[in-house]
Design a protein around this ligand. Structure first.
Ligand code: ADP
Ligand code: MG
Length: 238
């Protein structure tokens, strides 16, 4: 069974159709990258998976369950955004455990989850600091820590590295790849960066104007682009 099925999904804002019958299906442990230029509908699609945007047509299923009408908190997902909205007055530890606290998870379980996540992300030494005392890369790790402790079926990332400088972006790319391998989680990841997509993805959906042009393994997209647009966008040598 697929972990995520996007089934002929459409999105319109009034007369503006931003997604046109998008169908994508991925299995457990897949790392799907939605790749395309700014404005092609990547964030809209991700937000619909998250439940932050309504669905105009079609169906989205997570682990076999239709989620069209479910609120974000009932979808078994965790999302990491480009701007890591950490709570400035809370410590790193408090930021990471906040969601668990709201769900009344016991202190001992919270401590265990924070320890596992912070060890994995190598931020254990930062747990008592405030976000203002962290670098951009460290903040992004904390944002990922918050997502990890939820143990969701699906991780959603919207251009998480685009605010970081070039060197850090490469480091964090490696970090995310390692996390994916260690946790075996299913990820949907939005970027306009071809190299990021090619390095991270097990499956890439190349998008243009609300339409998926090609859905395949990165190597296949590169070696056998479906059309001229894909070839140009991913920089195929052909
Ligand atoms: P991407 O993430 O690929 O850059 P978006 O999903 O943010 O693209 O946007 C896709 C298209 O939808 C763009 O043309 C954008 O202007 C439009 N759009 C996004 N949100 C709204 C909205 N709330 N109302 C009207 N148009 C929107
Ligand atoms: Mg976007």
């Amino acid at each position: 069974m697929s972990t995520l099925e996007i089934d002929r999904v459409r999105k319109a804002y009034g007369h503006l159709e931003v997604l046109k019958e998008v169908s994508i299906s991925i299995g457990t442990g897949d790392f799907l990258v939605l790749l395309g230029p700014s404005g092609c509908g990547k964030s809209t699609l991700l937000n619909m998976i998250a439940g932050l945007e309504s669905i105009t047509g079609g169906e989205i299923r997570i682990a076999g369950k239709t989620v069209n009408d479910l609120s974000p908190k009932d979808r078994d997902i965790a999302m990491v955004f480009q701007s890591y909205a950490l709570y400035p007055t809370m410590t790193v530890r408090q930021n990471i455990e906040f969601g668990m606290k709201i769900r009344r998870i016991a202190q001992a379980d919270r401590d265990r989850a924070v320890k596992t996540a912070s060890d994995l992300l190598q931020i254990t030494h930062l747990l008592d600091r405030k976000p203002s005392q962290l670098s951009g890369g460290q903040r992004q790790r904390v944002a990922m820590g918050r997502a990890i402790v939820r143990e969701p079926k699906l991780f959603l990332f919207d251009e998480p590295l685009s605010n970081l400088d070039a060197k850090l972006r490469v480091d964090m790319r490696t970090e995310i790849k390692r996390l994916h391998a260690r946790l075996g989680t299913t990820i949907v990841y939005v970027t306009h960066d071809q190299i990021e997509a090619m390095t991270l993805a097990t499956r890439v959906a190349v998008m243009k104007d609300g339409v998926v042009q090609q859905l395949d393994e990165p190597q296949a997209v590169y070696d056998r682009p479906a059309n001229v647009y894909v070839a140009r966008f991913v920089g195929s040598p052909a």
